[in-house]
Structure formats: structure tokens, C-alpha cells
Design a protein around this ligand. Structure first.
Ligand code: GAP
Length: 406
């Protein structure tokens, strides 16, 4: 990852995903979509416009409530989130703090050529609202029955007072959100089902170690304006145990705010109701951060990124033992081109197998394939496994069968 706008001195806490970063990030999003949309019968997807009618934010309560308490130091004029301060004095200069003001976190812009009040719009602070606003359209086109959910991945923006800790808190980030609609009496069952699904996502798919994850039942006084119950899944980052994901019981708060009539009719009883909602809400960037931290390991002078093979930017890398031998290089390239048809692959032509292995270990490539003189005689290659550094000799035609992405 690179600091955003780096050659211009950067822009506070903006980060760019580089060539390998974008692959890992895309793989995280694809794994989430697969697990929670493609592999389930009770889920459908959505990709809605990011800028919405401002009435959405009025009715959702974000214009009124989506704010943090902001305090300013009388002396140095630095600004802080009051709820994150340990002391009543400025942490930068010890000066006195002015009384807190509520600071709305939504980023504003203007739509169209006239920059007046009527043209004000907001960059969405969560992807969730579009799911509520499109609820009836999705219902009519998908013909789903309760319980069912709608999933969306996309950017969200918040004018955070104190961004920081690398990509932990930024002003522009990505979310993967599910709104799961249930009959009101079924919310607890659904909440428990999604709690289990979150654990399965974090441990089976992302490969995070159980001992690094904690559940935090949010106290009633600290709940978001729409929530009756929230569990935060916290991760043990090097800078402390903090939120990774949130999961909320949003009741029928949002649908009631957007629809004057109940938007769902029970097919059997013909009763019209406002479904209740369970919302597992995940940050893509925080997932990326937790995956990197959890996968990082050292073995002597070897750095190994023990990524789940499904998440690794490259699944396999190919090299040969001599960089100037035309036959060897040609064979290695041929194998690489063939593997690339099925797996994201890398080719290393430096002719230094030790460095080849070390560099692929460091970026988490689960398999390395090496071509040597024996290959030219019997069509076998060495396949090496990242985590154990163990090697075996296999026929080229069997290579693909030896690559497991589980
Ligand atoms: N729709 C509910 C919602 O947005 P949230 O707890 O405010 O709930 C959900 O956000 C998730 O989005 C968080 O658990 C975190 O993973 C991610 N997130 C929120 N604010 C973020 C920020 N400023 N930078 C990076 N990720 C953020």
C-alpha cells in the first residue's frame, strides 16, 4: 500500500492499494460475495448509486444523529473526539478544551453546476441505506420470501475527526454489508445464525486466529441511533483491541422511516408488515488489515505471509534454475502461461531459486514451481509448499491437480 497522492505530500490518511494489495482486497470481496450471496438461497446482491437523494439521509436519521462529539483546544486549536480522550486537557499541549459540539460525519458536495442549498448532496456514510430504499424493487424482482437478505459492497465516506492507525480509520473506505430481513418474532434466531456466520467468515475464510477475536456486546447507552442490540467483533491489533466488524439488530427502524406503508405482504396470511433487520456490517479495509497482521510470520530470516490460498494475490509462481538458459526459460514460461489460464500466477526469471522462494513467501504465494535440467528429460518439476517449505517432484501434467486453494 502507498500513501495516497504521495508525490504531492499525501492527503491526510488516504491510502492506495498497490498491485498486490488490490489483488488481496479483491479476493476478500470475492470470497465474501461467494459465501454470502452466491452460495446461499436466501441472499441476493445489489450495487446501488453512491450519491442518493438527500431525503434518504434526512429520513434515516443520519442528518440529525450521525455525529461525534468534537472538542477543540483553546490554546493550540487542535480538535479531538471527546469520547476518545482519557483526560479533560488537550493531549497535544495540555491546554484547556472548549465544550463539545456535535460534528456531523457526512461528507457534503454539490450536484450540478449551481452550488446552492438545493444542490447539496452527501457521499453515503454507509452502504446500508440503499438496501432499505431499494427493498421493494428487490422484493418484486427477486420474489424472495422472509427470511432473506440483500448484500452490497461499496465505498462509504465519513469525515472522521481523528482518522489513523494506517487503514484502520480512514475517511474513504469500503464496506460489505448485509441487511437480513425477518419476521419481527424471528430476530433473535437470525441474530444468532449471523453471529455464527461471522465467526465462520473470520476464521474459515479469512483464516484469522480465534484467540485474536473478541465479541463486545455494546452497552445500551452506546448504541447507534437505529440499533436495539449490537455486537462488535473486535480484533487484537498492535495498537490495541478495537472494532473489526459490527452486527446490529436494526429492528424495523429504517424501513419505517422510508416507507409510509408496510412494504412486505405475507403470502399465506396476506398480512402486511415491516420486516425487522439483522445487519452484519464489515469493513473491507479492516478485513485487509487483520488478514495481513494475522498472516505475518517469521521463520529465522524468512518472512512468510501465511495467507489462506484463496486470498493470496498469486496462487503459484514459476521459475527456473538458470536465467540465461533458453531451453529452461522457455519451458518455465510455457508452464507459467498454462497455469495462468486457471490461477493468478507469477513468473520469476532472476535464476536465483533461494531468492525466488523468499520473495514469494513474503507475498504469500502458496506454491512455487521450479524448472531444472531434469524437467527437460522427464517432464517433472519441483513444487514447493510455502508454509512447510517441503518440496515434491510432480509431472507437469499433474501440476494443476496439486494446487489446492482451500
Ligand atoms: N451500516 C452500519 C455501519 O455502517 P459501522 O459500525 O459504523 O456500522 C461498519 O461500520 C464497519 O465499517 C465497521 O465495523 C468497520 O469495519 C468499517 N468502518 C467504519 N468506519 C470506518 C472508517 N472510518 N475507516 C475504515 N473502516 C470503517
Amino acid at each position: 500500500m502507498f500513501p495516497g497522492s504521495e508525490i504531492y505530500g499525501g492527503l491526510a490518511n488516504s491510502w492506495d492499494y498497490g498491485p498486490l494489495g488490490v489483488e488481496l482486497k479483491n479476493n476478500i470481496k470475492a470470497a465474501w460475495w461467494k459465501k454470502f450471496v452466491l452460495q446461499r438461497d436466501d441472499m441476493v446482491g445489489l450495487d446501488a448509486a453512491l450519491i442518493m437523494n438527500p431525503k434518504v439521509w434526512e429520513n434515516s436519521g443520519h442528518l440529525e444523529n450521525f455525529s461525534d462529539p468534537l472538542v477543540e483546544c483553546k490554546k493550540c486549536h487542535h480538535r479531538f473526539r471527546e469520547d476518545q480522550l482519557q483526560e479533560k486537557k488537550c493531549p497535544d499541549c495540555g491546554g484547556e478544551l472548549l465544550p463539545a459540539k456535535q460534528f456531523n460525519l457526512m461528507l457534503k458536495t454539490f450536484l450540478g453546476p449551481v452550488e446552492d442549498e438545493n444542490a447539496v448532496v452527501y457521499l453515503r456514510p454507509e452502504t446500508a441505506q440503499a438496501i432499505f430504499v431499494d427493498f421493494k424493487n428487490v422484493l418484486q424482482t427477486s420474489r424472495k420470501k422472509l427470511p432473506f437478505g440483500i448484500a452490497q459492497i461499496g465505498k462509504a465516506f465519513r469525515n472522521e475527526i481523528t482518522p489513523g492507525n494506517f487503514i484502520f480509520r480512514t475517511r474513504e473506505f469500503e464496506q460489505m454489508e448485509i441487511e437480513y430481513f425477518v419476521k419481527p418474532e424471528d430476530w433473535q434466531k437470525a441474530f444468532e445464525m449471523w453471529r455464527q456466520e461471522m465467526w465462520s467468515w473470520m476464521t474459515d475464510i479469512l483464516g484469522l486466529k480465534k484467540e485474536n477475536i473478541f465479541e463486545n456486546d455494546i452497552a445500551p447507552g452506546e448504541l447507534a441511533h437505529y440499533s436495539k442490540k449490537t455486537i462488535d467483533f473486535e480484533y487484537k491489533y498492535p495498537f490495541g483491541q478495537k472494532e473489526l466488524y459490527g452486527m446490529a439488530y436494526r429492528t424495523d427502524f429504517d424501513l419505517k422511516r422510508h416507507y409510509s406503508e408496510p412494504p412486505y405482504e405475507d403470502a399465506d396470511t396476506k398480512e402486511k408488515i415491516y420486516p425487522h433487520v439483522i445487519e452484519p456490517s464489515l469493513g473491507v479495509d479492516r478485513s485487509f488489515l487483520a488478514v495481513l497482521l494475522d498472516a505475518y510470520s517469521e521463520d529465522g530470516d524468512r518472512i512468510i505471509l501465511k495467507l489462506k490460498p484463496g486470498l493470496a494475490p498469486y496462487k503459484v509462481a514459476v521459475s527456473c534454475i538458470k536465467k540465461n538458459d533458453e531451453k529452461l526459460v522457455g519451458k518455465a514460461k510455457e508452464i507459467y502461461q498454462n497455469l495462468k489460464k486457471d490461477f493468478p500466477s507469477d513468473f520469476d526469471n532472476r535464476g536465483n531459486i533461494g531468492k525466488f522462494y523468499y520473495s514469494q513467501d513474503e507475498i504469500g504465494t502458496p506454491y512455487c514451481v521450479t524448472v531444472d535440467f531434469q524437467t527437460l528429460e522427464d517432464n517433472t518439476v519441483t513444487i514447493r509448499h510455502r508454509d512447510t517449505a517441503s518440496q515434491e517432484r510432480v509431472q507437469i501434467e499433474d501440476l494443476k491437480n496439486n494446487i489446492s486453494l482451500r
